[in-house]
Design a binder for this molecule. Sequence first.
Ligand SMILES: [Zn+2]
Length: 432
Amino acid sequence: MSDEFLSTSWWRYDRYEVDRLYIRPAPGARLRRYDPWQENTAALARWRDHEPPYITLARLGDEYDNGLLFGSLSKRTSAVSGVNYVGADEKLLEAVGDWCSRYGLLGVLLTGLQAFTTAARYRPEAAAFWGESARDLPTTRTFELTAGQWRLCDTILSAPWLGRPTAATGELLDQEVARKAFSQEPGLPGALPEPGLALRRNYHSFGAVVSWRLQPLDNWAAFFPDLDPREAATFDYPAPLSEAFGRLYAEPLEVFLHHARIFAVALRNLKHPLPPVGAAMTAEPDAYLETLRRLLAFVTPDLRSDPDHPERLTAQWSSPSLLSTLAFMAYRDLTGGGRVGFCRRNACGKVFLARRADQEYCSPRCKATAKKRYQRHPEIAQEAIRLSKQGLSVAQIADVLLLSEKRVAAWIESDAREDERSTERDHQSGGQ
Ligand SMILES: [Zn+2]
């Protein structure tokens, strides 16, 4: 796949504030659009050891998991939703803030979102006849993801009993009445989500019977902390990916970390697949691959005309969220010769992307530390040789001692050479 095709757009602020509930832009932070693909390619050209963002995200997921495992995180009650959530430690919060300042939020709400219709309200008529001033008419507003773009679709509700010519612009319709009018509109029922509902595709719960569902907009309160939660159902949401949307949107910390874990678990299982456990796993034997696949499903090839040569077309990819773009980056790296590795240095064990076949450490620093350690601890080599003499294979020893096969093989080989030489010496001395 040629790099020139790899282009997509996302937004980020230059600084994020992370508390135990939310990740959101810091006060006064500047919004900037950027292309995650181009930036990743440019960084890789400049630094050979540049790590793709899905890897660094997966590490945050691992840290979160370790925190859960060793109990350094504590259960708290969310002030917003009233549900229990797991608080993360300060170091993790800081790391999350750094990651987001570099790449932005994941766009979890936009992943899988297909269409939503905001509460019906009075809106100025788009086209007024000559000599008439524009009237305010009861209107529903649907945003629909079509061919990689959010398309706006306003529908004037024409049920005659709705007429209230004196209503002010923006005034809400009674939502029960609006839904009833919507359901009577010719051609509409079943075509678009009803006012107050969003249509989304399930991409992470494999046990679910259906892959599509309608979700009430009050569920969105969790992503818009500046709104009064009671307003979430009827709020006049701006177009997704617009600047106004970016300014309002925040990501609950737990949701962000949950998705970081999705990457961590998927990558770990690519390397060390778990045997299927229980019925849920048997239904999706490749659950870890399936996770990445489902996120990839939202990425589509796209094209636009070249501004300098209108007769030519340029290729790009459209992705609804950074989350899907990250899955696409993983797809590209892992099908293009890269592989997932876990650092061989015992104390580290971090996930990394190996771009070279013989890469065993997450970083040059870990490599240097590990090397020093083996020089300081000749007993590790002795142990490897002892196990080899007991009949263990190189691969088995490497597994037991958490070493690379290459290193174990080298020790055994040099030991065998040493044996040969001493046998020769014995022969020579015996012959004298
Ligand atoms: Zn390491």
